[in-house]
Write a protein that binds this ligand. Structure first.
Ligand SMILES: Nc1ncnc2c1ncn2[C@@H]1O[C@H](COP(=O)(O)OP(=O)(O)OP(=O)(O)O)[C@@H](O)[C@H]1O
Ligand SMILES: [Mg+2]
Length: 468
């Protein structure tokens, strides 16, 4: 096998340990030509001394050394820097010791007289092994990083949320304007905060949020751009606007669709020239905040209807993050539920453990038109109402709206069976919630113990079959 001198080998440090100067020097030459960073030591003591100053990736040592033996040196190295690989050189008749060395963690041994090719190949194998380990490690890290269950305050481990996290990661440090779209309650506000929060430079500067739909045109204009004294009735002194206040940080314009034509024109100028004036003033001022806008409307529709300027739309739509509705990432529901139970436990000093299996099932099936905000509100109400450790359906205010959309999917045509199947499921779910304590389950079900026993017998329900 021909091994070419390799530029990459310069990163690999090799230490040669032998008391015979001739062997030391010839090995030094062979490995230096291969491109490795090579050092030499004439004894085990000298090697340990050198290694304490600069670590080597590979040590090639003679087994028989004057004082500290090659095996002793191997043991020391494995204690100080376990990643350092050790190759032992053995003379005739010392093969047994070499085998012992292998047991103690040596990478390999080679017999003297040293064959150039053999030492090159052995070292090359170590370098390859390291490369593979490093690649595996970085792949593992990448994969671990890729499947996240949250980013900042955004919770969710679904594939759709991974895509959202990925875009947030890639755009956070740029200056580009970002448009966040998505239905109401999907977490657009949290996405904006996450973008600000992971940007190493902006995160310590202001995050300024303004709900544009909540203000009249005049008020919004003065809030955004500021005004000078006397600009309008009530402007009793100069006032800085949010563009100025957010300098160096992020300005989050929520409900951008509510911008009037006049304000759309002003915003366009800021985005194109980075300049604006306070209301009632002519002095151009610089706007350097990163701008994030959000809407739960379809902006292209508004452009088509002539209610939103097309040029402005293209300016703000440099990068678009679409936050998917909850019904398209139902696998996030259990995680979000746990998160909100914890959140409202803390706020209300409660110790609720979870929602019942039955409620979770219904939650997963429900279509959540109000998205995460609706889920959060439901859990908040339930935490307040619940007196036990588990949230049951009767603890949830307005529960019928969830259940109504979840008609049991029974393919059973026979009426009796169609009714019995959900009853069996329901009893099992309550028994599970009560940890198979029949007294508590009967109380939860509103029946006496005998009735519960009879039903369990009828439906053939036992803990062993249903303990998951
Ligand atoms: N992925 C999420 N993880 C945790 N909480 C979330 C998540 N998404 C939204 N929320 C919570 O749900 C509520 C609504 O979120 P937010 O206000 O960000 O929605 P929005 O998309 O801005 O809605 P709107 O269009 O109505 O303004 C907030 O209390 C927020 O904390
Ligand atoms: Mg919002």
């Amino acid at each position: 096998m021909m091994i070419m001198a390799n530029e990459g080998n310069r990163d690999v440090g090799v230490l040669i340990v032998d008391d015979e100067p001739l062997i030391r020097k010839s090995l030094f030459e062979i490995l230096r030509i291969e491109g490795y960073r090579v050092q030499m030591a004439a004894s085990g003591e000298e090697a340990v001394n050198l290694l304490s100053k600069a670590k080597a990736d590979i040590v090639v040592t003679d087994l028989k050394l004057p004082q500290m033996s090659g095996i002793d040196l191997l043991e020391k190295i494995k204690k100080i820097t376990p990643q350092t690989e050790v190759i032992l050189m053995t003379g005739y008749g010392t093969i047994e010791s070499a085998v012992e060395a292998m047991k103690k963690g040596a990478f390999n041994y080679i017999t003297k007289p040293i064959n150039d090719q053999e030492i090159k190949i052995t070292i090359h194998k170590i370098v390859e092994k390291r490369k593979i380990l490093e690649e595996n490690e970085s792949l593992r890290r990448m994969l671990a990083k890729e499947r996240r269950d949250h980013l900042f305050d955004l919770i969710g481990s679904s594939g759709k949320m991974q895509e959202v996290y990925h875009i947030i990661d890639s755009v956070a440090s740029s200056n580009a304007t970002i448009l966040i779209s998505g239905e109401s309650g999907t977490g657009k506000g949290l996405v904006a905060r996450a973008i600000h929060g992971i940007d190493q430079i902006r995160k310590d500067r202001p995050f300024v949020e303004i709900s544009c739909g909540a203000l009249t045109e005049t008020l919004l204009e003065s809030e955004l751009f500021g005004h000078v004294k006397g600009a309008f009735t009530g402007a009793i002194k100069d006032k800085e606007g949010r563009f100025e206040y957010a300098r160096g940080g992020t300005l989050f314009l929520d409900e951008i669709d509510a911008f009037s034509p006049k304000l759309q024109a002003k915003l366009l100028r800021v985005l194109q020239e980075g300049l604006f004036e306070r209301v009632g003033d002519n002095t151009p001022r610089k706007a350097d905040a990163r701008i994030i806008v959000a809407t739960n409307q379809n902006l292209t529709d508004l452009v088509q209807k002539g209610r939103f300027r097309e040029d402005l739309y293209y300016r703000i739509n440099v990068i678009c993050i679409y936050v998917p509705p909850l019904r398209e990432r139902k696998e996030d529901i259990p995680l979000l539920t746990r998160h909100f139970v914890q959140k409202y436990n803390q706020i209300n000093s409660k110790k609720i453990l979870r929602i019942s299996g039955e409620v979770e099932k219904i939650f997963v099936e429900y279509h959540w038109p109000g998205n995460i905000r609706e889920l959060e509100n439901a859990i908040e109400g339930a935490v307040i109402m619940t007196k036990t450790e588990v949230i049951n359906k009767w603890d949830i205010p307005n529960f019928s709206k969830f259940a109504a959309s979840c008609v049991p999917k029974s393919s059973e045509k026979n009426l009796k069976k169609a009714v019995e199947l959900p009853e069996r499921d329901h009893i099992i779910s309550i028994l599970k919630d009560c940890n198979w304590n029949r007294n508590r389950a009967a109380a939860s079900l509103g029946v006496n113990r005998t009735t519960l026993y009879n039903k369990m017998k009828k439906y053939n329900i036992s803990k062993e079959d249903n303990s998951s």
